[in-house]
Design a protein around this ligand. Structure first.
Ligand SMILES: Nc1nc2c(ncn2[C@@H]2O[C@@H]3COP(=O)(O)O[C@H]3[C@H]2O)c(=O)[nH]1
Ligand SMILES: [Zn+2]
Length: 373
């Protein structure tokens, strides 16, 4: 497939079968691709999930839509177009890995993929707490209720309201309503303030989960978008590590601004308090693992069952990581003025966590010289 868009009007990318298959895996490395190429790959996702034929989407309309989406992401360290691409690609990979094509309707898959694509549109780089404390226009407009997520969603439907970008224009009224309702729910669900509420609902449904039950499907779709949104650590370390740098850069920008303006300083964004390992340990233990654990209960895979409970395996790994942390293996960046390097041997490896999510089997390892732990 070749593709031309206003971004790359004189260049086109040939997508080989190998790339197509790789695109379906969570080990896909976004850092190897230009943004213009990502636009092509997004087009491949819509095509290979049969959306073009199922929903009568014209190729030029899809291209216009994707380009407008690209234009509405800001040039900020983390919540930018590359993040949008990664979240959409993880959603795409999960759809294949969990065989959702045979469990959910095509229209629900379209909702999930398009929600992932649009979920952070026009993100300003400062989170909801900041919006509310600084009484920004967004907080005023949305009465302090998920101002960012409401905005992302409104921008998405603003783009779709342009006929030349409206990939939903050939659908029936009912189909359009279903997609609009679904996307609003999925995008609003990415507000982390609602994390426990949504996860708890999913946990309660687990033992009796029913793919034909509307409420169950709705919660699953929200969970899938949420998992994709926070899944950087489920990727190979070489992919995840630069993302953590981007995230911390955006966090630090916010806390610097909070200090300057005399606003409450968000502790997990404070450059004087946060290190890479401390940030990731807490995030992985309290946010990522509980979410992935629930998801793998619904989509168990034979390979991971061979080795006993995935969850126990992850917790063991996490314990090892924390033991290493407590025994001083990790050197905090602020102590030594360098990045988080292994401090007990000359290996000089940057410390990070490595999650690999392959067929929903997630393992975690630390990037320190394990011999010395
Ligand atoms: N510490 C940490 N936080 C993350 C990571 N990935 C996502 N997040 C947080 O999860 C949040 C998901 O919603 P947001 O995009 O608002 O902001 C994101 C970050 O605050 C990560 O790898 N580490
Ligand atoms: Zn996001």
């Amino acid at each position: 497939m070749s593709f031309c868009c206003p971004l790359c009007c004189h260049s086109s990318l040939q997508v080989t079968e190998e790339v197509r298959e790789h695109l379906k895996t969570p080990i896909f490395d976004n850092w190897q691709w230009e943004e213009a190429e990502m636009l092509v790959l997004l087009q491949v996702m819509y095509t290979d999930l049969d959306f073009m034929t199922a929903f009568h989407i014209e190729l030029d309309v899809l291209q216009n839509f994707l380009f407008e989406v690209y234009c509405h992401y800001n040039n900020i360290p983390f919540h930018n177009f590359k993040h949008c691409f990664c979240v959409t690609q993880m959603m795409y990979g999960l759809i294949w890995l969990t065989d959702l094509r045979n469990k959910l309707s095509r229209i629900d898959l379209l909702i999930m993929l398009t929600s992932a694509l649009c979920h952070d549109l026009d993100h300003p780089g400062y989170n909801n707490v900041y919006q509310i404390n600084a009484q920004t226009d967004l907080a005023l407009r949305y009465n302090d209720i998920s101002p960012l997520e409401n905005h992302h969603c409104a921008v998405a439907f603003g783009i779709l309201s342009k006929p030349e970008c409206n990939i939903l224009k050939n659908l029936t009224c009912d189909q359009y309503k279903h997609i609009r309702g679904g996307m609003i729910k999925c995008i609003l669900a990415t507000d982390m303030a609602r994390h426990n509420e949504i996860l708890n609902k999913f946990k309660v449904m687990q033992p009796v989960f029913d793919f034909t039950n509307k409420d169950h499907k709705e919660v699953l779709m929200k969970i899938m978008v949420k998992v994709s949104d926070i899944s950087n650590e489920a990727r190979p370390m070489a992919v995840a590590e630069p993302w953590l740098d981007c995230l911390l850069q955006e966090f630090f920008n916010q806390s610097d601004s909070e200090k300057l303006k005399g606003l409450p300083v968000t502790p997990f964004m404070d450059r004087d308090k946060v290190s890479k390992p401390s940030s990731q340990t807490n995030f992985i233990r309290f946010v990522l693992l509980p979410l992935f654990t629930e998801l793998t209960k619904l989509f168990p895979c034979p390979r991971s069952l061979d080795k006993g409970s995935n969850r126990e395996q992850w917790l063991n790994e996490l314990q090892k990581y924390e033991d290493a942390l407590n025994s001083g293996v990790f050197r905090k960046s602020e102590e030594k003025g360098s990045q988080n390097k292994c401090s007990i041997c000359p290996c000089s490896k940057i410390i990070s966590l490595e999650f690999r999510l392959i067929n929903l089997e997630i393992s975690m390892s630390t990037d320190v010289c394990t011999l010395k732990i």
